[in-house]
Design a protein around this ligand. Sequence first.
Ligand code: BES
Ligand code: MN
Ligand code: ZN
Length: 499
Amino acid sequence: MDFQGISSNFLEAGVEALAVAVFKGEKATSAGLKEFDKLANGHIAAAIKSEEFKGETGDTALIRITPNGNIKASLLLLVGVGDEKEFNEAGVFITAGTATRYLRKCNVKTFAFLPRSKVNTVATVQNSVQAAITSQFELDKYKTKDKNNKAITKVVVCVDGANTTELKTGIARGIAIGDSMNFTRDLANEPPNILTPAEMAKRTAKMAKDVGLKLDVLNEAQMEKLGMGSLLSVSKGSDQPAKLIVLRYTPTRNSAKKGDLLALVGKGITFDTGGISLKPGEGMDAMKYDMSGGATVIGTMRAIALLKPTVPVIGIVAAVENMPDGKASRPSDVVTASNGKSIEILNTDAEGRLILADAVAYAEKQGATRIVDMATLTGAVIVALGDQNTGIMGNDQALMDEIINLGKETGEGFWQLPLGPEYSKQIRSDIADIKNIGPRGKAGTIMGAVFIQEFVDKAKWAHLDIAGTAWSDAVRPHQAKGPTGVALRTLVKFIEASQ
Ligand code: BES
Ligand code: MN
Ligand code: ZN
């Protein structure tokens, strides 16, 4: 897909279609629309009057126009953005994605987009480009027929008064983040017979080489040496050896406070059968996405390598398959993690926290002073928050607040759940230091978090439970159903804010 940024002459962009953001309740006679309504022979006024188009988020109306003179386009798409006062970066993202998906369906190849946003120019262009890219992602990779065969080849983004540098920067940033989101989503969508832990490491290696990140992949023998008995207890039941994927981004100019290091840590369960505590067959197929946290870490590191912020970041992914076999952990097994804590495994299906325990401890050993972990950790977070908010918990309120607030800009919801000593008590074991589950039916999401907290020493830490947000069961106007790449956009902002 090619991108071009312009600051005027929107109508004369030389494309097949024009897409214009329209506010809720906006009249065709408004300063922003009246020229278009004239071009459309009053059809905008008619669409608004008949209430066929109201300007709500996701609303669309396609109007045919007659090309004339310098105007080559024959289609005008109105895209609703909702309340003008609330139109932010997230709104630009949804609007641009909606336009791109809609016009692709109409077999359009080239179009110009007028976001009409008041947020800063770079962010407007960036979000338009990002969404144009992510809106094209489809689940049909393994189809041999009935594949989507339509493609948008060129998008022209128009922001009034933008200068060349802003347009260029916005486009480059949008491509970096949009492609990285699709990279994450592609990993999450891969079938588990193809995306094994080794394959996840291999694809990460190729990406690292392409964008210039340093990579170490620890094998099981190396993890054994480091005492990672918790992580390895999960992979024991699988024929696929576990990999600890470690990506390092080091800036050329480092503006971080001396000694400060951020670590992103991801759960990379390439398939979760539950192990000996076997999951029911129905719906088990969904568990291929149980590596989404890891995929987000890898995609975020990719984006960071391209955006080059002035702070170092390390990305750690525990890639493991959770299977039941003769070597698998049994409920009641006791294992010891790399920080010396003993764990009674009472449910082998609470495996995410077992692998994150050693991964988080490893992050701190590598010098991390701040850790953000992300995981499709609990079904309970879906019950609590559904698919609109990621559960966030941690030991540092300022760190959590920062992520929550940046999420408001990107449109990614984060909702905090409480932690505390009374919750931590509930994972004390009768025979070991801790057990890997809490009391049945009680605060399941928090139990996952307080378990991971046992493996954080001095670092500031936030835990993101993305079980409800990493996969969308329904197609949305701006996005295919399936993997969402959730948290990547907010994490990029978070990293850039700490420069
Ligand atoms: N990967 C699952 C969590 C999950 C469940 C994600 C459903 C998405 C949809 C995790 O490993 C798991 O099995 N968690 C258990 C924990 C329980 C045994 C304490 C759960 O949520 O049921
Ligand atoms: Mn599980
Ligand atoms: Zn799992």
